[in-house]
Design a protein around this ligand. Sequence first.
Ligand code: HEC
Length: 696
Amino acid sequence: MNKQENFVILSFATLFLSTVATVTLAQSTVVNDEAIANSDQSGNWLAYGRTHSEQRFSPLNQITRENVTNLQPDWYFPVPNSRSLVSTPLVVDGVIYFIASLNVVRALDATSGEEIWSFNPQVGQVAPERMRAGWDNSRGISIWENKLFVATWDGRLISLDRTNGEQLWSTQTIDPELAMYVTGAPKAFKGKVLVGNGGTENGPNRGYVTAYDANTGEQAWRFWIVPGNPADGFEDEAMEMAAETWTGEWWRHGGGGNSWHGWTYDAELNQLYIGTGNGSPWNRKIRSPDGGDNLFLDSIVALDPDSGEYLWHHQNTPGETWDYNSNMDIVLADLVIDGETIKALMQAPKNGFFYVINRENGELLSAEKITEVTWASHYDIETARPVELPGVRYETEAIRISPGPIGAHSWHAMSFNPNTGLAYIPSIHSSTIYGDQGIDLEGFEREQWRLNTGVNSMPGGNTRDDAPASLQAWDPIRQEQVWEVLADSNWNAGTLTTATNLLFQGRADGHLLAYDAETGEELWDYDLGLGISAPPITYQIDGKQYLALLVGWGGSMAALGGSAAAEQGWSYGAQERRLVAFSLEGTAVLPRQPPPLIPQPLPSSDFIVNFDLAEQGGQEFNGTCSMCHGGGAIAAGIAPDLRASGIPLSREAFENVVRNGALSDNGMPIYKDLNDEQLESLRHYIRAQAEAALAQ
Ligand code: HEC
C-alpha cells in the first residue's frame, strides 16, 4: 500500500476514529505469512527474497526499459565502521531496515535516508574470541509483525521492536565452544523464526537449523543435518536413515552439512525447504572412509514447518568431496512442463547444475549444467543421480575440477521473472586443483577455530578464455541459456527483476547495471565506485518507485580472494560503504569515491626476518588470520593488508591488537591463547611476506 492509498483510507477512517490511532492503523502493514506470500504487495519489500517464493520479482512498473536511463541517486546513507555489505534491506510502511558489518541494524526513512534508530549487538564486546570464526557479514534480517530478527556473527538470535530498535529477547543458537557462526538472514514464517549456521571449515562441526517462537524466543524445534554418534542415539528417524549412508567414525569429524543460507517457506504447500552444506572436512576419504552418499550433505531437504520433521530430500551431490554445498537460494514458481502446471522449486547450487524439482513430492524433473562442469558427465533423471567422471575424487593424484569451492553460483541471489519465464543467475567460471597427497588421512584430527579442509586445494584458473564470470538468463523449462552477459571480474552480486521486464545487477567492478530481461540488452550503467556484493531491491512510497542497494565489497572473495580480488582496489577502509537509493526524480549527488587503492607493503630496514620463525608463523597465519587478512597475507578488502601495516613492526603494538583485543570493536578478534613465540612467528611471517612482495 502506498501513501496515496493510505490517504484515502485515512479520510474515511477519520470520520470515525481519532487521527492518531488512525495513522498508526492505516500505515501499519501486518507482516505475516499472508502479506509476505502476497506477490501483489508492491510498495514494501517484506522479506529476503521479497515474497515467500524468493523470486525477487517486483510488480512495480514506474521504472521501465524506456526511462531507466533517467535513474539518479535520490538519497544515500554512509554506513560507518563497515566493510563487507552483502545484505538485502527490508521496507515496511516507508521505513527501510538493513544490517551492516558487525551486525549493526539500522532503520531509516526510506524516502530520505534519515536515521530513525540503530541497534548494535556489540559483537566485539560480547564475543571477541568468537569472531575468529571469520565471516563478518550477514545477508539480512527478517520481520514478523512488529518484531525484527537479527542473527549475529557469534550465534545469537535477537528480536527487536521494529518501531524503536529496542531488544525484546535474545537467545544463543550455537554452543560457544564451537567455531561456528551465523551469516544467513533469519527466516520468519508461521509465528516462528528459523536460523542456521556455518563452520564446516573451522572445526569438526555438525550442522543444524533451529526454529524459535517469534514472540518468546523459545526453541520450537531443531533439525540436525548429518547424523551424530550412533552410540548416543539418533535424534529422529531421518538421522537414523542418514546414518546408513556414512562409514567409519564420521562423527569424530563433525560431518558438516551446515545450512548457512538457502531457506524457503512454501506457504502454498506448508513446507519448509533448507539448502544444506558441504562435508566437514571436505575430503570424504577422511570423513567417511568407505564411501557413501553422506546424507544430508549438499541437499535440498523439505521439512514440516510446524514440527521440523523430515518430509523428503533431493541430494544434489552424493558423497560430496569438493566443498559443494546447496546453500544457494531456493526459488518457487509454477512452471508449465509438458502441458502440466507443476509446483516447482529451482536451485542453481555450487556444483554447476540447475535443478528443477516437483516440490509436492521431491521428484527431480531436470538437472542441466549452467557452466563448465567436470566432476560429472550429466545427471541421470531416472536415478536422480549424477554420473561421475573417473578420477574426480583425486583418488591417486591431484586433479583440476570445475566448479571449485566458490561454485558455479554462490549465495548471490538468483531472481525469477514469471513474465519472461527466466531465472537470472550470477555465475562463475573457475576451477580448483584438488588433491590430498601427503595428508595423513587416517590420522587426521582437527581443532576448533582452525581452517583445515583435509584437502590441498589450489586455484585452477578460469574455465573460459572469454570471461571469469557472467550473468545468465536461464530457461528452467527447456533447461537452456537464453542470453548471457560476460563480466570482466568475478564475484558479482545478486539480481532483481521487475514487471516491466527489467533486470538489475551490481558488479564486483562497482557498476550497477540494468538490462532488458528478455534480451539481455544493456540499458543503463552507473558507476558506484566500489565493488557491489549485495542485491538491489525496489519499493514505492507516495507514488515514487525507488531502487536501493548496499554498496560494500564483501563475502569470501573479499576475505580470501588473494591478489586477483585485491587488484580491484577495494581495500580496507579506502572507499565509503553506502546504502544508495535511486529514483527517476533523484537529485542527490554522491560524493566521488576515492580511486581504487592497492596497499603497498611497508619497507623496513630495522626488522630482520628470521625465516625459521616465519615458516612457523605461516602455518599459524593460514590456519587463523587468513580468513580475513587473506591467504599469504594478501588482503582482499574486508581487513587491512598486514604487509602494509606498521603494527607488526612493533612487538608491543602487535600484542596489543592481537592478544589484548585493542581493535575488537572494529571486528579484529582477540587471540588470548597465542603465546609469545606464536605472536613473534606471526610478525616474522607477515614481514617475510612484505619483503617478498617488495622484492618483486
Ligand atoms: C574475522 C576477521 C579477522 C581475523 C580472523 C583476523 N583479523 Fe586482524 N583485523 C581484522 C580487522 C577488521 C582489522 C581492522 C580493525 C580496525 O579497523 O581497527 C584487523 C586489524 C589487524 C591488525 C592491525 C592492522 C592495522 O594496521 O591497523 C593486525 C596487526 C591484525 N589485525 C593481525 C591479525 C592477526 C595476526 C590475526 C590472526 C592471528 C588476525 N588479525 C585475524 C579482522 C580480522
